[in-house]
Design a binder for this molecule. Structure first.
Ligand code: SF4
Length: 336
């Protein structure tokens, strides 16, 4: 289906995001052929190393053709290294399960509760800290969000609700409208924060209906994107970011420091500059969560701190993200 352009910033017709979702690449061999690297298929791990591949075609189109070190490709392509068992790496890297308080509700930090709104993502990132999360039983959106909202209603200390997942924008807008109706009688929730990678990997998701939903929310709204490299941005992503801001959201970005992808000062500085050009402020740069299958992405702390020093020397302070690590059981993210 083709719909009208959602804003004047997008002059060409925009395809329905659900169709684009369904057309995503789910086969690693096809992904390699799409980017001109079909000859690398014999290096793929069996069974996608136990974590399904999923890449929207628009995101694959931003990869450099014929480059096996492309920083977007390396975020999504299954690797044999994922099969290595690394000491200190766990299936529940950040203590999610211990923080569970109700169906799909994690409560780690004072004043904030996190809803596992959905178990689906438009893209599956190989370093994902929830790649082993048992989503089946823990979806807050199930049953009209009832259990999750009952929990939030009972706890008046919760002023900020974080929609996470999976990707909360994988839900139909009608499902998000259900949530907004449920929040109407919970006045202590004054802020809604949405953690999403969809505006970056499938920017068509920020369509008219979603923008209208976001704009109509009475709560303050914060959208935290997830981009790791400047090459993830193009005109459609810029337009999606603009729509989020026009709907009244503060738009931030969190990145993960990833070996071979963004672990040099030039790349991180370019990312911060590109984010700001799109109207987005860098928020966090996460040290890798030590989840099984992702050890080959880790950058050691000394190297990470040296990178931060280099960034501080070349960028204004508002473009330098905070380098943090999440430690299970801590009352806040731990600054490095
Ligand atoms: S978008 Fe986020 S939750 Fe989804 S796979 Fe990537 S890192 Fe994990």
């Amino acid at each position: 289906m083709i719909t009208a352009s959602p804003t004047s910033r997008l002059s060409s017709p925009v395809r329905d995001w659900r169709e684009l979702w369904r057309e995503a690449i789910t086969d690693a061999g096809e992904l390699l052929r799409t980017v001109g690297l079909g000859q690398h298929a014999e290096r793929l791990p069996p069974g996608d190393a136990g974590f399904a591949l999923r890449v929207p075609r628009g995101f694959a189109a931003r990869m450099r053709h014929g480059d096996p070190r492309d920083p977007l490709l390396l975020q999504v392509l299954p690797q044999l290294a994922e099969l290595d068992e690394a000491p200190g790496y766990a299936t529940d890297a950040v203590g999610d399960l211990a923080a569970r308080e109700a169906r799909g509700v994690l409560h780690k930090y004072r004043g904030r509760a996190l809803l596992i709104a959905s178990g689906s993502c438009a893209v599956n990132c190989r370093y994902c800290f929830r790649r082993h999360f048992p989503y089946g039983a823990e979806i807050a959106a199930a049953g009209q969000w009832r259990q999750a909202l009952d929990h939030v209603r009972r706890d008046a200390t919760i002023s900020e609700l974080i929609l996470s997942g999976g990707d909360p924008l994988s839900l139909a807008t009608a499902k998000l409208e259900e949530l907004a109706r449920g929040l109407a009688d919970i006045p202590h929730v004054t802020r809604l924060r949405i953690h999403t990678r969809l505006p970056v990997v499938l920017p068509e998701r920020i369509d008219d209906a979603f923008a209208a939903w976001l704009a109509a929310l009475p709560q303050q709204k914060v959208v935290v994107l997830h981009a790791n490299h400047a090459n993830e941005f193009d005109a459609a992503v810029d337009a999606a970011c603009a729509r989020l801001r026009e709907a009244g959201a503060t738009v931030l970005n969190q990145s993960v420091l990833l070996r071979g992808i963004n672990d040099d000062a030039d790349t991180l500085a370019a990312l911060s500059e590109r984010l700001f050009a799109a109207g987005v402020l860098p928020y966090y740069l996460h040290q890798l969560d030590r989840v099984q299958g992702a050890a080959h992405f880790e950058v050691d702390d000394d190297a990470a701190l040296a990178l931060m020093g280099a960034l501080r020397e070349r960028l204004p302070g508002y473009l330098v993200p905070k380098l943090v690590r999440e430690v299970a059981g801590d009352a806040a993210k731990r600054p490095l």
